[in-house]
Every structure is written in C-alpha cells, then in structure tokens.
Design a protein around this ligand. Structure first.
Ligand SMILES: Nc1nc2c(c(=O)[nH]1)N[C@H]1C(S)=C(S)[C@@H](COP(=O)(O)O)O[C@H]1N2
Ligand SMILES: [Mo]
Length: 413
C-alpha cells in the first residue's frame, strides 16, 4: 500500500510484469494478432519520458503502470473530437482485472433496498430504451505529473481523459423496474475486479439515489458505436457525465440500493479533496476537512502547438493555426481565449461544433508572430457559469483537479 494515500501501490514499470499481463491476456484469447508487448520500436510517437506499451485492443500508448494497467492517450489523438476506443486511456486500481467476460452467463444484478431483485442479461438491457450522448471521461489525477511539489500516484501528463459517444440504459429505468423502496439513500456500483487479497477493499463507488435517478446517468454498453474494450469496462460501465471518472465504474455486475450512506473504502477514504471552493490546500498546511471529489472543473488544452513537443518552430509573418479543446462539467463552454504575451492581453478563438454539453469543444484561432524569438502562448476557457481557469496552479495531496491555464512555448524565426 502507498504510504501516504492508502491507495494501491504504484509499481515501478517492469518489462517482466508487462509480459506477464500480456501472457495472461493472450491465454484468455484477447491479444489480437500483431499485438506485441515490446516496448521498443513500436511507434513514431514524439518523445515522452514514459515507455510505450501495446495492450489488447489498444494502439501503442504511454505506460504509466502495468499492474493494474494505466495507459495514457497520446496527445495527437485529441486532434479528433471523439477519442478512438483503441486509444482511449485506461486506468484500473486492482489486479486481477477482468480478462474475459462470457455474455451467456454474465448478468447485471440489482439488489438491496428494492421491491424486486433483478438479474438482467445483455439482451434484456439492449431491449430497453437507449440513451446516447457524448461525454468527457477524465481521471481526477489527470495532469498529476505537473504538480509541484510532486505528489504520489500515477504520474499522468494530460492524457488521462477521453471524449466518447456513450450509449446505454438509464440507471433510473433499471431501478424503476426493480422498484426503489421509500427511504433509499445511496446506490452502489460494483465492478468485476476484486483485488489480490480478501482484505483489499473491492472497487465499489456510490451515487446518492437522487443522482443515480438522473436520466443521463447511464450504464453504457457502447462507446463510439462499438462494444466497450475490455480495458474500458466491457460489457457495461457507468457513465456519470460531468463527474470525475472515478465514478465511472467499469465492468459492472452489481448494483445495490441502500437505505443509508455507503461507507466503503473507495467512497469514505479514497478520492477525497479539501472541502473548499477549488479543492486546494498547501503542502505545509493540509486541509482538515475533506469531501469526495465530484464535478469536473473547467479546462482548455493545446493540441497545436503541442506542449509535449521538444520544440515548436514557427515563422514570423506566417499565420500559425492554433487549436485545442475545452470542456467543463456540463454548463457548457462560453469562450476560449489565448494570450501571446504571458496573459497581459487576450484574444478570442472560434468555437467549433457543439457535440453536447458534456463533450470536448474544439476551438481554433490564427496567430501571426511578428517578431523573432520565444513566445509563451496561454489558453483560458470560461464556462456559461463564469467559471474560468487560474493563472497560478492549485495544489492538493491527491494531485487532483489540475486546471491551471496551460502554456506552450513556440520559437519564431
Ligand atoms: N471496475 C473499475 N472501474 C473503474 C476503476 C477501477 O479501478 N475499477 N477506476 C476508475 C477510475 S479512477 C478511472 S480514471 C476510470 C478510467 O476509465 P478508463 O479506463 O475507461 O479510461 O475508470 C473508473 N472505473
Ligand atoms: Mo481516476
């Protein structure tokens, strides 16, 4: 266990372990032909101080951890509005993770404080009225590697997020079928992963019953028009639009309604943030009151120029196409501005097609550098509630909710 957070240990990357996992996957018949776990000579991705690995159903991705798998989406994929399933980031806490699910025997069980316990097959779920929308799935610890002073946990750059079209069944419709009893308080969601020891707390998250009954909280069986990859939660995962991905429980097999608040480890201890407006604290003055993380804060990220490139060269007098994405918890992006003078003055960008309030919103602008030299470009999003991004980064021990204004340096010649 990790000393400070109590979260499962983040092992050092070892090739032996990667091969073990790949071996396990191939035994389960999951490793498509041509897949390899070699960490060399796999792709032409730009330099990044993280090894590259190829897992079943995935393109080569940045390997943050291999047991349990944590794979980061290379930034290039954010040039697409919908993140391809094969490049969608992966994060599991507990090993073993599901490597095979047989839909013949798989059932979704609904129990607890309800009138009628259910065990639904995938066919039955697919017969129910579907709901479909685009939403960002972002890990609470996205961009954690930029925290200063550094904090323990997966050292993600900005690729622990993805945007997908999710299709599935409202949790509400399922709970209505089961008949929620009066006095229901919480709803728990349990994935097929269990952990190596009986004492390891099972990965179970909960939503207040009123939240679970919101029509856009769904059990998704499709992602971008296809079944979910196993690593992203096949056969169904919870989609909680606007909320951090820790609630988006993968490979769900059990839902329970409780007449009291759920107090399991993953709600009572893990993924807590300081109980203040921006979830921040100081390294030498840690917050005394903490609360479970919930809504995404507003962010904008550069796609071009690329902050992870070794160098971005541009020419004076030539327009530079600026491009990136912005998103928030669902209020919607009002405007995205950029600055080329370190934040003294800001110019607008144009927002592209609106794919829905929970989606990435692409922005673009042109900028023509007039003088040679180094420029620090900044980008700042503001949502429809007036929330925007801070100039100075916030800090917390969890390494959560980073949304400082992102900068990228370009060299004009
Ligand atoms: N069953 C299960 N679901 C889970 C997790 C997990 O460890 N087990 N991790 C959560 C966290 S913290 C994140 S960031 C997302 C990652 O989703 P992805 O792997 O599809 O990108 O899954 C969430 N759902
Ligand atoms: Mo996460």
């Amino acid at each position: 266990m990790n000393k400070s957070s109590g979260l499962p240990r983040e092992d050092n990357i070892s090739r032996r372990q990667l091969l073990q996992w790949a071996g396990l996957a191939s035994v389960a018949g999951l490793l498509p032909s041509g897949c390899s776990s070699e960490t060399s000579d796999l792709s032409s991705l730009p330099s990044f101080d993280q090894p590259i690995a190829r897992f079943p159903e995935k393109v080569p991705m940045h390997l943050i951890n291999d047991r349990a798998p944590q794979l980061e989406t290379p930034r290039e994929y954010f040039a697409e509005d919908l993140t391809p399933n094969e490049a969608f980031f992966v994060r599991w806490h507990l090993q073993p993770i599901p490597t095979k699910v047989d839909l013949q025997t798989w059932r979704l069980k609904i129990g607890g404080h309800i009138d009628k316990p259910l065990a639904l097959s995938m066919d039955e779920l697919r017969k129910m009225e579907p709901t479909e929308f685009v939403a960002v799935c972002q890990c609470s610890g996205n961009s954690r590697k930029f925290f200063n002073p550094p904090v323990p946990g997966g050292q993600w750059a900005d690729g622990a997020m993805g945007n997908a079209r999710w299709k599935g069944v409202s949790v509400r419709d399922i709970l209505k079928r089961a008949g929620v009893k009066a006095g229901a308080v919480d709803t728990t969601f349990n994935g097929l992963d269990t952990g190596p020891l009986p004492a390891t707390p099972d990965f179970i998250k909960s939503l207040a019953i009123d939240h679970a009954m919101q029509p856009d909280v769904i059990l998704a069986y499709e992602m971008n028009g296809k079944p979910l990859p196993l690593l992203n939660g096949f056969p169904i995962r919870l989609v909680v639009p606007g909320w951090y991905a820790t609630y988006w429980v993968k490979s769900i097999w059990e839902i329970n309604v409780l007449p009291e608040k759920f107090t399991g480890y993953w709600m009572a201890k893990a993924y807590h943030i300081p109980d203040n407006a921006d979830g921040s604290e100081k390294p030498d003055e840690l917050a005394k009151q903490k609360v479970p993380i919930s809504l995404l804060n507003v962010r904008s990220l550069w796609v071009n120029p690329n902050p992870e490139a070794d160098v971005n060269r541009v020419l004076t007098g030539q327009p530079v196409p600026l491009e990136g994405i912005a998103f928030d918890a669902g209020a919607g992006i009002k405007q995205v501005e950029f600055s080329v003078d370190g934040g003294k003055t800001w110019k607008g960008t144009s927002l592209e097609a609106d794919l829905g309030r929970y989606s990435f919103r692409r922005w673009r602008a042109n900028w023509t550098p007039t003088q040679r030299g180094s420029y620090r470009l900044l980008v700042r999003a503001t949502n429809n509630q007036g929330e925007t991004q801070p100039m100075k980064s916030k800090w917390n021990t969890g390494g959560y909710m980073r949304n400082v204004i992102e900068e990228v340096t370009v060299e004009a010649s």
